[in-house]
Design a protein around this ligand. Sequence first.
Ligand code: GCU
Length: 348
Amino acid sequence: MNKKLNLPGIAALSIAILFGMLMASACRSSVPGASDKKSKRTPDYVFTYAENQTSDYPTTQAARYFAGLVNEKTEGRIEIRVYPAAELGDEVSTMEQMKYGGIDFARGSLSSLADYSPESVVLQMPYLYKNADHMWRVLDGEIGGDIMESFQGSGLKALAWFDAGVRNFYTIDKPISCLEDMRGLEIRVQDSSLAKDMIKALGATPVPMVYEDVGDALQTHTVDGAENNWSSYEAMKHDAYARYYSLDEHMRIPELLIMSEVTWGKLSTEDQDIILKCAVEAGNYERKLWKMREDSSRQKCIKSGTVEIALSDREKQRFRTEMNELYEKYCGDYMDIIDKIASAASLA
Ligand code: GCU
């Protein structure tokens, strides 16, 4: 039998298939941080990236975005595998491993990086910034650049700033509405001398422990409370045990996308340049995600029972006054930088 070819039908089918393929590839390259951006070639390098936050957290999403960009821009020569939720260890031990090239990349809170850049303490002093704009003005300017530079030779290379919002106190039994409410409380802090001294200056007792253990410590009432930003409070489910969240806004601790200097030294200048550019893009991406997450975390917690306590400006000033001794102790050598940061407040 003489079968007639249905040419318009075949053409339509081919167009549909072609369209489908184009759409699939367009979607692949437009999904930020999607792992399917990975090139098919065998990579020359497979690097590790440590993150102590959950998989959906803004910093983890930015890590995957960074990994995708680097893989794309190096045409598959560099693959970066992101390990969230402290799979590679807590923040401090991650930095130690990075020093020797055991871990290649990470995102870290500046409070865990004091050993690598002593002057970085100036960027995390309590009640330093008027608001987020003020902080970003400082980080994006000369001071932020100088502090990134100051990591040189420490074993860690600073690549880009990430946002981590503002930290507040939260408690199990009773809300903190004024300075006197802090007295006698046992509060979990990061294992940093600045954080510990801050708690002591406010009349409470610091209990340093790693981030991953805070939920259990709140649940078992080993501590009376802790302090962190809205996103961490919600992501780590601290709201389930400590429902009083007081807006004292004591600290903004910037975060850094960092790289092992050992790993950095293995790369060509071309690849180093790609890494730097992709890190800056990942930083911008994280800032956008951060704003949304901070807001949605707050709403989610309030909906499920968190009591938000506003503090008056006068009360916050009383907290701030208690910090004077810390400025003397930690910033004696850097008062010029503190003054410059303070003068940038009027522009924010
Ligand atoms: C924030 C920060 C973490 C840090 C944690 C902490 O969530 O993003 O990197 O480990 O605070 O309080 O320890």
